[in-house]
Structure formats: C-alpha cells, structure tokens
Write a protein that binds this ligand. Structure first.
Ligand SMILES: Cc1cc2nc3c(=O)[nH]c(=O)nc-3n(C[C@H](O)[C@H](O)[C@H](O)COP(=O)(O)OP(=O)(O)OC[C@H]3O[C@@H](n4cnc5c(N)ncnc54)[C@H](O)[C@@H]3O)c2cc1C
Length: 305
C-alpha cells in the first residue's frame, strides 16, 4: 500500500518551511518537495526577518531543515514536482525524478521566478548592488547615489518610496518613461532627474555597480541600483490543477488561510501575493498550515458525527 501523507507541500522557501513546521507540530504527516531554486538565492544577505536580520539565504534554510528534523512526521525531499492530479482527499504528485506521492491536501508554496534580465551587466550585480525591494536592501544603500530603473506608474511609485532612504536617486526609464507632464513635474520638484535613453550597459567591478551607460552616450555614476523586475509564477502546477491566477501570475486565494478555489488546495508565500517579503511568506505558510489542519480535523470529526 502506498503511503498517503496528510499534506503535500510543493516549495521549500520560508512559506513552505513554515507551513511544514506548524503541520509537523500538529502531528500531521507532511511531504515537502523542493527543487532548491528560491528567488533570493542571488543575494548574500536577507534582511528584515526579526531574529534573522542579515542571514544568508542558504543558512536560513539550513537552520529550518535542522529544526524540522525534530519532527519525525515531516519528510523533506529534494525533488521537482512535475505533475499534480486528483481531488480533495486524494491528490497525486509526480516528481521529475519519477516518484509518485499521494497526499490528502496540497499546498503550493512555489514562489515567483525572475524572467531573464535583459539589461547587459545587470545579472552580474543582482543581489550584490542591484536590488528590487528597498525594504529588504534600502538600509545598506542609505544616503548613496542610486539609479532606479523603471518606467510608468511603477517608476513614480518606486521613486517616491526611495526618498525614505536617499535624496540622490536618478531615474533611468530605459526607453520612453510613459510619464505625463504632471508626473515629470513632480519628479523635478523632488530633484529626481529622469533619463529616458535606452541603457546600453551597466559597468561594475566584483558585483559593485559603478555606472550606467546610456545609448545617447550619457554615463550615470551610482553606488546602487533598484529595478522593477519582471516575474512569472515559480510553477505552473497551481494553474494546471485549476487554481485561478491573476494576470501577474499570482494564485488567487479566498481567505487568510490561503484557500484556492480548488477544494483541498492551498497556496502561500510569493506564489499567492504581490508583496514579496520572507517574513510575510512565512506568516502565510503558517496560516495555511492552520487552515489545512482544521480542514482535516473537521473532516475526521464529521465522519464520526
Ligand atoms: C534579490 C532578492 C533579495 C531579497 N531580499 C529579501 C530580504 O532581504 N528580505 C526579505 O524579507 N525578502 C527578500 N526577498 C524576497 C524573499 O526572498 C521572498 O519573498 C521569499 O523568499 C518568498 O518565500 P516563498 O517561500 O514564497 O518562495 P521562495 O523562497 O521563492 O521558495 C519557493 C521554492 O519553491 C521551489 N519550487 C518551485 N516550483 C517547484 C516545483 N515544481 N517543485 C519543487 N519545488 C519547487 C523553488 O525552487 C523554491 O525553492 C528578496 C528577493 C530577491 C529576489
């Protein structure tokens, strides 16, 4: 007889790991599959997670695995889930390694993935001196000359946000900014220069950005970059089993416990939100675990009622 786990978690970042912890402590049998490609693996330090501020992402995972190891009902498996099928109470997960697992409930904690960075020189500095979230990495770049690479609504939003950390931001929209006269005026009043020429190349040394070179010959010196990344879902599996997704590729959940519209299927972390922070992902994972546990309890209770 094939083992049936109470819960199958796909994705072992802060969301999936936190869910596993809560479920393990609730004496649930848990299978967590993770292919080990979290979005923040490019960064040296993760910030803003109370008690873990400044930790290397790999160290965060090492501590998590050590703590989960105390709970015998949790199995961590380094495999990529390639297929999911079935219905509430009886799902099947097929891994790229050819294994098939049965689970009663499913939690997608599959995160988001960056689309290839199209600007020459950006991938060399991503996570070292180029970042996407000022709340995560703004402190380290405080009061420094920064380049913001963004266009449209997002550009104005991020330019405004960055004033909390520095008054030396230059906006490079890498092509037409899409900003109207009022918005340009707003930038001007806040002394944020706007360069619209396409970016030819970012120059750096050892991960430290030095300047952004534009096609019109302009050279913009800076010590850090923030940019608006283009993202896709970490996995297409939620969509394949019927979960509703937003245009941005976020799983739509209907409550604080991460319930999707598919019975027995939950989602948490970056996969299910557009606010990407590790502590938020962990909190969503923890709440989803509580929701899943309660659903299993109710089902068992009602069978005997
Ligand atoms: C450069 C950078 C720096 C950041 N810095 C910070 C910071 O300082 N502080 C902060 O709070 N946040 C930071 N973040 C955001 C933070 O990393 C994310 O919000 C957080 O990791 C989301 O956790 P998660 O568990 O939802 O997803 P992830 O951590 O992305 O984990 C998802 C996991 O699921 C796995 N997976 C996906 N599909 C499958 C599949 N089919 N089978 C098996 N496994 C699968 C992936 O390989 C991955 O391991 C940063 C992000 C980036 C990109």
């Amino acid at each position: 007889m094939m083992k049936i786990y109470d819960v199958g978690i796909i994705g072992g970042g802060p969301a999936g790991l936190s869910a596993a912890l809560v479920l393990g402590r609730a004496r649930r049998s848990v299978l967590l599959l993770d292919e080990g490609k979290p979005r923040n693996r490019v960064t040296r330090e993760a910030h803003g997670f109370l008690t873990r501020d400044g930790i290397a992402p790999a160290e965060f995972r090492r501590i998590a695995a050590e703590q989960l190891g105390r709970y015998p009902s949790i199995e961590l498996v380094e495999e990529r889930a390639e297929g999911v099928s079935g219905d509430d109470g009886r799902f099947e997960i097929t891994s790229a390694q050819g294994n098939v697992y049965r689970v009663r409930k499913l939690l997608f904690a599959t995160g988001k993935r960056d689309l290839p960075l199209e600007i020459s020189g950006l991938s060399e500095i991503y996570g070292k001196s180029a970042f996407v979230c000022p709340f995560c990495d703004g402190w380290e770049l405080r009061d420094k000359p920064l380049v913001l690479i963004a266009a449209g609504e997002r550009a104005l939003h991020m330019a405004k946000l960055l004033t909390g950390w520095t008054d030396q931001t230059i906006l490079c929209s890498n092509g037409p900014s899409g900003l109207n006269a009022t918005e340009r005026d707003e930038l001007g009043r806040h002394r944020i220069p706007l360069w619209e020429a396409p970016i030819r190349q970012i120059e750096s040394a050892g991960g430290q950005v030095e300047r952004v070179l534009l096609e019109d010959g302009t050279s913009v010196s800076c010590e850090g970059i923030f940019f608006a990344p283009k993202l896709e879902p970490g996995s297409e599996l939620p969509r394949s089993i019927g979960c509703e997704m937003t245009e941005a590729g976020t799983v739509i959940v209907s409550d604080d416990f991460g319930r999707t519209r598919v019975p027995g299927v939950f989602s948490a972390g970056d996969a299910a939100t557009e606010m990407h922070q590790a502590i938020r992902a962990a909190s969503m994972g923890s709440a989803a675990a509580a929701g899943i546990h309660m659903e299993l309890v109710n089902e068992a209770w009602n069978r005997l009622a």
